[in-house]
Design a protein around this ligand. Structure first.
Ligand code: SF4
Length: 466
C-alpha cells in the first residue's frame, strides 16, 4: 500500500503542491518518500529519502525541485525491502529519453518479469516490482512511449495503479480490475491524479472522476486524453481500502469512506449486539464504525475513555513487531476513571495481528474495566494479501489464520470476554447501500470487490497460495 500523485500545471511550480498531497497520503506509507519534477520536458529533478514527508523534503529541497510537471510517492514496502534503492519514483530510459514511474499495488509475477528482463540483458535497478516494470518499458519497442507502456501493461499480473512521468506529460494507468484506487482531479491551472481524494483536497483540486479499471490516460498542458479505455468488464476493488486503508474523508466508488464505515458499524450492532455500559471506538480507524454501532445499540459513547496521543501514526504499517507494540503503548492512553467497574465494548475496523487489541485489553483490565467485549466491523483477516500489503510475508502473524478462524480461540488469545466480527455479506451490503456523495453514482454488485483476505477468492491467482 502506497500513495501516489501526478500533477501537470500550466502555470505553477508543482513541488510544494505534491508535498501537501503526500502529507495527505502519509497514512498509506511512511517508510520512504520521493518526488520528481520536470520543467516543460527538460531534465528532471529528483529527491527521495527514507522517512516521513517533513524529514524527506525541506523548504530548500522543494525550491530545488523546479518544474510544472511531477510525480511523487509515499512508500510502504511490499515486494521488496524498505531500502534506499527501492525509493520511488524509479527512473528508466526509453528511446534514449528518461522516464520516471511511481506505483501503488503489488505484482504477483515480479520474479517472471525480472527473469524476462535479465534474459534480455537488462538488470532492473532494484528488486521491487516497480523496477521490473521500468525495465520492461525500457525493453519494449514501439512507435511511441504510450504504446510501449500499453504493451508492457499486458505482461503485468496483479494490482497496479501507476503514474509515469515522460517529458512534458504524465501517463496514468490502472489495472483492469481496479484493485487499488486512483482518482483524477482538476484545478484552474491543470490536472492532478492521486491515490485518494483527500490528497486532491490538500492540493486545492476537485474530484472529476476515478480512473477506470484498465484505463491508460495521458495528461499534458493541453488536458487529459484517454489513450486506451477498454470497457470495464470486471471490477475487484480492494474491500480493505474501505475498511481501513483509505482516509475517512476520501471518496471511493462515489461513497465517502467514513459513511461506509459508519454503515458497517450499524450493521455490526444489528448482527452482533452487546450488553455493555459504554462503547469505545478505537481511534482513529474504529471511530466511524464505532459511531454507527453506538447509533443503533443506544449504548453510551465512551470515546472519551481513550486518548489517542498522535505521538505515533499507524502501527499496522510498522515493519517490526517490537515497534508495533511500543507504538500501541505510545499511541493510546486509557483514562482510568472512565472505565473502572464498567462493561466496555471496543469497536475496531479489523484484527490483523491483534497487536492493538491485546495491548488495549491489558490496559483496560489494569484500569479496572469489569468486562471487555470487542466488535469488529470486518470479517476475520484469514488469508494473506498479494496485492499491496505485506501480509503474504508475515502470514504466520495473522491471528485469525494462526487460530484457523476459530473465533473462540482468537477471543482467548486477545483476553476478551466476547468477540464478534461483521460477516462479509453485511460488510459488502454496507458499502453498496451507502449513498453516493458524487453523481453519477457508481452502481456496485457484491462481486465487485476483492475480499481475498477474508474468503481466499483471489481475483488474480498467485502462483502459490500460502
Ligand atoms: S486481499 Fe484483502 S487487502 Fe488485499 S486487495 Fe484483496 S481485499 Fe484488499
Amino acid at each position: 500500500m502506497c500513495g501516489i500523485i501526478g500533477i501537470v500545471s500550466r502555470s505553477r511550480q508543482v513541488a510544494s503542491d505534491m508535498y501537501y498531497g503526500l502529507y495527505g497520503l502519509q497514512h498509506r506509507g511512511k517508510e520512504s518518500a520521493g518526488m520528481v519534477t520536470s520543467e516543460c520536458g527538460e531534465k528532471c529533478c529528483f529527491q527521495g529519502e527514507m522517512g516521513e514527508i517533513p524529514i524527506v523534503f525541506s523548504k530548500k529541497i522543494l525550491e530545488r525541485l523546479s518544474g510544472n510537471v511531477g510525480i511523487a510517492q509515499n512508500r510502504y514496502s511490499t515486494t521488496s525491502e524498505s531500502s534506499f534503492e527501492n525509493i520511488q519514483p524509479i527512473q528508466g530510459y526509453w528511446g534514449g529519453e528518461e522516464f520516471w514511474i511511481a506505483h501503488n499495488g503489488n505484482l504477483i509475477n515480479t520474479e517472471d518479469l525480472r527473469e524476462y528482463c535479465l534474459n534480455k540483458g537488462r538488470q532492473p535497478s532494484a528488486d521491487s516490482d516497480t523496477a521490473a516494470i521500468a525495465s520492461l518499458i525500457s525493453l519494449t519497442s514501439a512507435f511511441s512511449f504510450e504504446q510501449a507502456v500499453k504493451k508492457t501493461i499486458q505482461k503485468l499480473r496483479g494490482a497496479f495503479s501507476l503514474v509515469i512521468l515522460y517529458k512534458d506529460r504524465i501517463i496514468v494507468v490502472r489495472d483492469s480490475l481496479g484493485i487499488r484506487p486512483l482518482c483524477l482531479g482538476k484545478r484552474k491551472d491543470g490536472y492532478i491524479v492521486a491515490s485518494e481524494t483527500c490528497a486532491l483536497h490538500h492540493m486545492g483540486a476537485t474530484l472529476i472522476r476515478e480512473i477506470d479499471p484498465g484505463e491508460i490516460s495521458v495528461i499534458n498542458r493541453a488536458g487529459i486524453k484517454k489513450y486506451y479505455h477498454p470497457s470495464v468488464t470486471a471490477r475487484k476493488f480492494c474491500i480493505f481500502e474501505l475498511i481501513y486503508f483509505s482516509r475517512p474523508d476520501s471518496i471511493v466508488l462515489g461513497r465517502r469512506v467514513g459513511d461506509v464505515q459508519e454503515n458497517m458499524g450499524r450493521l455490526l450492532a444489528q448482527e452482533h449486539p452487546a450488553e455493555a455500559d459504554i462503547v469505545i471506538p478505537i481511534p482513529d480507524s474504529g471511530n466511524y464504525g464505532g459511531w454507527g454501532f453506538i447509533e443503533v445499540s443506544k449504548i453510551p459513547n465512551g470515546q472519551k475513555a481513550i486518548l489517542r496521543t498522535h505521538l505515533i501514526s499507524r502501527t499496522f504499517i510498522e515493519a517490526v513487531q517490537e515497534l508495533r507494540d511500543q507504538g500501541v503503548d505510545l499511541k493510546f492512553v486509557i483514562l482510568k476513571e472512565k472505565v473502572m467497574g464498567k462493561r466496555v465494548v471496543l469497536i475496531d475496523d479489523s484484527v490483523v495481528r491483534g497487536t492493538t487489541q491485546k495491548r488495549l485489553v491489558k490496559w483496560l483490565r489494569a484500569a479496572g474495566a469489569k468486562e471487555i467485549h470487542a466488535r469488529i466491523f470486518s470479517p476475520p483477516y484469514m488469508y494473506p494479501c498479494y496485492y499491496g500489503i505485506d501480509t503474504y510475508r508475515v502470514k504466520d502473524e495473522l491471528i485469525a489464520k494462526r487460530n484457523k478462524g476459530d473465533i473462540e480461540k482468537i477471543r482467548q488469545e486477545l483476553g476478551l470476554d466476547s468477540l464478534e466480527y461483521l460477516s462479509l455479506d453485511l460488510a459488502i451490503k454496507a458499502i453498496i447501500e451507502t449513498p453516493c456523495v458524487r453523481k453519477p453514482c457508481i452502481s456496485l454488485k457484491p462481486d465487485n470487490f476483492c475480499a481475498a483476505c477474508f474468503n481466499s477468492r483471489y481475483p488474480v491467482k498467485p502462483s502459490k497460495i500460502n
